[in-house]
Design a protein around this ligand. Structure first.
Ligand code: HEM
Length: 466
């Protein structure tokens, strides 16, 4: 009976403490004002906590992308004074985030400390003034003293900092002005090198675009594809989709060495590849897009992931949809991205079966393509992916598909009586829609799992780790 009573009153205390804490959190989440309002908490506490978590997450992300140094250094100030019935707690920290408050309140709960009154400011810096300690029955739990409370708060701040630094290390990419102060000529250097390479050989624009795709689909856009094999390291260059096929490494080397002389150790190889892909599309007549920047370079590569994650030209529609959906793309985005095949070339070995064995192919197209790709031998003979304008970034690729002139089996799968036919039709008749959807999908592709913050490194030479 006694036990029951005790557990009931302890539940009551916990409930009251939770309500107090929720009240405090609500004030901070709803405004950055410094005083508590007396509005009561509405029932759905768990929903509210979820919303709060999202808010904290957003704030953490903002901090992560804004100024790393502000997260690293300043020492928090914590004072705890013993009062008649509890403690007067003051916390000041330059860390301006309500995530910190959540962490401190958790510490209070773990200590069994009730918050009776509090003022919080979470705008420029974090300030908390709280009276707490005495529980609902007027007793302080255990033999809690001011030093214990202070230690617990400091520990909570520490825990929060560590989590936040981890988040910073894997923060989002930044805007295109990322190198504005550290390497102001980065973008112009990349653009002129790409323009010059493309004017020497138009196909290079296609090759640089594909390089970015093959980088991003294999554990994110981290320049892993650029790492050379050594006696003790196996990279991605010998993977089936890359071997004897992916091109453009020398162009990236040229850009990297120019940038290393003007701003050593600043511009990542992964960012160079991403910007070069965009500039290539623009050089061949496509629409531009804004490349988010701040990717860092991997110190590892994965041959297995390269073999598994890049779709094969033998893929059917469902495999293509799955492969892109594994990376977070819709079928529509997959169709838009496949529009890349409006530029560039493919080797005979990748389309031989189609031109000799398939039936959903225009017969004149099949005959003329066979003349350059014998049924045996000539594996490396090239044919344009878009037979009409392989050096122009237009929508001819989709027009070809509609007339059964797709070169790869995987290309024609997009228009073969399946769910993507209507999208192919739409792009074949609306150049601007295709260009816009393509640009948006490229931004999304460029954001795949980047290394940021303190993850990875800025390679000095794109072919090897530092
Ligand atoms: C939908 C699945 C895809 C498949 C199955 C596929 C497959 C292929 C194959 C087999 C080649 C010819 C490679 C060779 O013969 O050496 C090729 C070339 C190319 N691919 Fe894809 N690809 C796909 C998606 C993409 C995407 C999403 C992009 C870019 C965002 C892209 C850009 C290119 C370019 C530009 C070329 C020509 C490269 C050059 O001429 O050097 N492809 N692709």
């Amino acid at each position: 009976m006694e036990d029951k009573k005790r557990s009931k009153s302890s539940r009551g205390r916990k409930k009251a403490a939770l309500y107090e804490n929720l009240q405090l959190l609500r004030d901070v989440a709803n405004s950055s004002s410094s005083s508590m309002s007396k509005t009561s908490i509405v029932v759905d506490a768990s929903k509210y906590i979820e919303e709060l978590k999202e808010k904290v997450e957003r704030l953490n992300q903002e901090i992560g992308t804004s100024h790393i140094s502000s997260v690293q250094n300043p020492l928090p100030m914590v004072t705890v004074e013993t009062l008649d019935k509890g403690f007067l707690i003051n916390v000041y920290s330059e860390k301006n985030c309500s995530g910190l408050l959540v962490s401190i309140l958790q510490a209070f709960e773990e200590l069994g400390l009730d918050v009776h009154d509090a003022r919080v400011s979470c705008s420029d810096s974090f300030q908390l003034e709280a009276i707490g300690g005495e529980n609902i029955e007027g007793q302080i739990e255990g033999n809690m003293d001011a030093q214990m409370v202070k230690q617990a708060i400091l520990q909570a701040i520490n825990n929060w900092s560590e989590t936040n630094e981890q988040k910073t290390a894997s923060a989002q990419l930044s805007s295109e002005t990322f190198y504005a102060t550290t390497c102001s000529n980065a973008l112009s250097t990349i653009k002129s090198a790409v323009n010059s390479a493309v004017s020497k050989e138009r196909r290079m624009g296609a090759s640089l675009l594909r390089l970015h795709f093959h980088d991003c689909f294999v554990n994110g856009c981290d320049a892993s594809i650029l790492l050379d094999d050594t006696s003790s390291f196996t990279g991605e260059k010998t993977a089936l989709p890359n071997s004897n096929s992916v091109r453009g490494f020398e162009v990236i080397d040229t850009i990297k060495s120019q940038l290393e002389s003007s701003c050593p150790g600043v511009v990542s190889c992964a960012d160079i590849v991403a910007v070069a892909a965009r500039d290539s599309v623009v050089a061949l007549g496509g629409s531009s897009w804004t490349v988010n920047l701040g990717r860092r370079d991997s110190t590892t590569a994965s041959l297995t992931a390269a073999n598994n994650n890049i779709p094969a030209p033998t893929s059917d529609l469902s495999a293509l949809i799955t492969s892109f959906s594994n990376k977070g793309f819709t079928a529509k985005e997959m169709v838009a991205l496949s529009g890349s095949h409006t530029i560039g070339q493919a080797r005979c070995t990748t389309f031989r079966t189609r031109i000799y064995n398939e039936t959903n192919i225009d017969s004149t197209f099949a005959t003329s393509t066979r003349s350059k790709c014998p049924s045996t031998g000539g594996d490396n003979n090239l044919s344009p992916l878009d037979l009409t304008s392989p050096n122009v970034f237009d929508n001819a690729y989709f027009k070809n598909l509609v007339s059964k002139k797709g070169l790869l089996h995987s290309d024609q799968q997009l228009f073969s009586g399946g769910s993507t036919d209507s999208q192919v039709n739409a792009y074949s008749t609306n150049l601007q829609t295709f260009k816009t959807d393509f640009a948006n999908a490229m931004v999304k592709m460029g954001n795949l799992s980047p290394l940021t913050g303190s993850n990875g490194q800025i390679r000095t030479n794109c072919r090897k780790t530092n």
